[in-house]
Design a protein around this ligand. Sequence first.
Ligand code: UD1
Length: 347
Amino acid sequence: MKVLLTGSAGFIGQHVARVVREAGHDVVGLDALLLQAHGPDATLPEGTVRGDVRVAADLDPLLADVDVVCHQAAMVGNGVDAQDLPDYATHNDLGTAVLLAAMARARVGRLVLASSMVVYGDGRYTCPTHGDVPPATRREDDLAAGRYDPRCPHCDGPIEWHLIGEDTAFAPRTSYAASKVAQEHYADAWCTLEGSRAIALRYHNVYGPGMPADTPYSGVAAIFRSAIARGDAPRVFEDGQQVRDFVHVHDLARANLAAIEAVGDQAPGLEAYNVCSGRRYTIGQMAGRLSQAAGGAEPVLTGDYRAFDVRHVAASPDKARDQLGFTAQVDPDDGIAELATAPLRTR
Ligand code: UD1
């Protein structure tokens, strides 16, 4: 198959390009080399054209004879402040809309979209009295007093978290999350309009070799890894008990390959899949594993907290296993140890 891969110069895009080519497909890459992600001296990987998904004239010539578009290009991270809002809206929302319109013109009816677990916001909880509840937004006085677990929005009582299935409601908390929800909605609308097929892969916490070194837009794995490289201790927020699912970028690339090969066989419409390892890790455990493997300084529990952080987010990998045949292969115990010494991209 011929695959147009947007964001092909990025951390995830480069791994997807390699794995999809190794499987025998023809990959045409497109990347805008955004300054925030790549810095001023970036070079294009082989097989990648410089261009912007927001510009129809950049897309139209590349879409000829394409079977599937794998859309990884995006502005990532939580965002630094409200001044980032227009960047998320233009690169992620508008970029996806322009891409989908171009695909319709070129009669390309298959899309694999990089989505994220951030669409679920705080995740899935039950209250012993009120059943399934969206957790109340954590209160400043609770956080300041070291009470980090969210409460029931109805009775203020303790609630229990659960693994997230793909049917969990959208509850985006950040500008980035809002843009990922929008991308899924645009893709769904495009499927309805065109009778097309889309797979949204909801990535959990991705890590692995070649991930960008610490930037204001980095996730926790890159932040901790960069601290260790500087000889500093990883600084663990809250009580370190917050749960995530760390998925290795090689597995993520395999999930994209599985989706690229499966999307043509599904019924018209959008299907979403969690892409995760299926292994839960606390942030404290992750920091400890990295420090230990690097022989670096012990993590420091700071008790700091951030208003936009969610407490526990881990997902069920069952749907991706059952319908895409995807199961993560890298055990996070091994992958996180490897990350301790793996090269990072310094832009
Ligand atoms: C991360 C990504 C998000 C991505 C999602 C799934 C960022 C900033 N966030 O969300 O874009 O879609 O994974 O792939 O890229 N923490 C510390 N110390 C630090 C920084 C963070 O303890 O120095 C803690 C936070 O309090 C939080 C946890 O680590 O509890 C994870 O933080 P982070 O990686 O920033 O965000 P996610 O919500 O997991």
